[in-house]
Ligand binder design. Structure first.
Ligand code: ZN
Length: 181
């Protein structure tokens, strides 16, 4: 697990450092980064969340291996994630986002029965409980509990500035506007 979680009241900034495999195409890398940032950014109950996936080849980082082949994606030791092709654009996006939940130390909340998976009670339609599920306030609570680091308002602004990208620009503006009283 290498996710940096900055908490300022109900404004949360999550940075997920990753290194991709050499064979990963730039298209699949972009899709991974964009969908993880999309799924894990926005308003979740009381929280305003900004998530940034940061590519880096040194320091503490997660390894994300993107395969062209079909298969079932999985995570090892909360920092090595193998992502296989699902053959469906929407399932692929959800898979990227779900596996990234493990990088933030979240557990699965479904059970397999035969070929099918069923969400645990109370985890219906959530990102860790069910295919195509979404991030909710509960997941953000858990992410904070399991990765908590408190920082000052100035530090958050600095992190946001340093990690600014076009993809997240609008969300950053939103978070900063709503962010601080
Ligand atoms: Zn999982």
């Amino acid at each position: 697990m290498h996710a940096e979680v900055n908490v300022y009241g109900n404004n949360i900034k999550i940075v997920i450092p990753v290194q991709f495999n050499k064979k990963a195409t730039s298209e699949s890398k972009e899709q991974y980064i964009e969908t993880v940032q999309e799924y894990w950014s926005g308003r979740f109950g009381k929280y305003n969340v900004l998530t940034v996936v940061q590519e880096q080849s040194t320091g503490k980082r997660n390894r994300v291996i993107l395969f062209k082949e079909n298969g079932r994606s999985k995570v090892f030791l909360s920092f090595l994630v193998l992502i296989y092709n699902t053959g469906n654009k929407y399932i692929q996006k959800w898979t990227n986002a779900h596996e990234s939940g493990h990088l933030m130390n979240l557990d699965d909340h479904y059970k397999d029965k035969g070929d099918l998976s069923y969400p645990e009670k109370g985890y219906e339609n959530t990102i860790m409980g069910e295919a195509m599920g979404k991030v909710t306030e509960t997941e953000i609570d858990e992410v904070i509990k399991r990765n908590n680091t408190k920082v000052t308002k100035d530090e958050i602004k600095e992190v946001v500035k340093k990690n600014d990208t076009k993809v997240t620009e609008n969300i950053i503006k939103k978070v900063i506007k709503k962010g601080t009283k």
